[in-house]
Design a protein around this ligand. Sequence first.
Ligand code: NAD
Length: 293
Amino acid sequence: MERHQITGHTELIGLMAYPIRHSQSPATHNAAYEKLGLDIVNLAFEVDASELEDAIKGLRALKLRGSNISMPNKTIVHKYLDEISPAAKLCGAVNTVVNKDGYLIGHITDGIGYMQSLKDNHIDPIGKKVTIVGSGGAATAVQIQAALDGVAEISIFARDDKFKANALETVEKINSSTGCKASFYPLEDLDCLKAEMASSYLFTNATGMGMKPMEGMTYIPDTSFFRPDFIVTDVIYSPHMTKMLEMAKEAGCKIMNGQGMMLFQAIAAIELMLGQRVDSEYMKEKLGIRYEY
Ligand code: NAD
């Protein structure tokens, strides 16, 4: 591995999460810094909820330019920050902390990443109706950002589990804070899902269904749920092709996996922290990212 030449000028940016050793995030951020010619290194720090307050105090004391935040810290780090972006407030989660001369601002870039990956893939849902399944962190970020960006209508489906209340809250927040019309439907009602998909421009799976331990599985019963001119996306990036995307591809749909969301949320976080935007084409090639396989 080629090592960054570390000097007295080298800056540090970290990712605070636990567990985190498996994360691809530091590699992505370091590749971007290198391309931008920045003398910065990005490292993963095993920080859990009990250590987060001290870690944020450390960030302030060490005058780091910011930090990436992942679970379990995304939903609690706001307590230690000075300001939260409107999207982060609506999502109830922060994945990027920006240090502006000691004043810490929390942002969420997951939804931005998803919307930018659509744009990069020539998909434009603005002013249109979309159907999104999911009620967890990824789903909330995507649904809120889609509404903020100008999607006209979102049909949100979720199964009846501990996350369902989030989806109901998201519908309420979107309807009271944005110009988008959101509705909730139970995922158990597959006839309703089929009808909402039929009247949508785009469909997104924003649940863990399709990745381990549910790899090879989908709640979509058969390919009659898809039509050839439909756009079907998945936030899952590993595996690159979920069962649902395979079925949608077979039905002739345009498909997109979650690799782009992952890349563009990092690009957006770097831009917020450092004020520079790395070339996404370079990053896609460097990281071997494709929207479909
Ligand atoms: P989470 O634990 O917050 O939420 C889990 C969601 O999955 C809930 O909506 C839950 O209802 C749903 N779910 C679980 N089992 C289900 C089943 N059998 N049928 C239907 N729904 C089911 O998780 P999260 O952080 O929102 O992550 C969800 C997925 O999004 C994961 O696969 C994760 O890898 C992916 N993700 C991708 C990106 C990206 O950048 N591409 C970012 C974050 C998360």
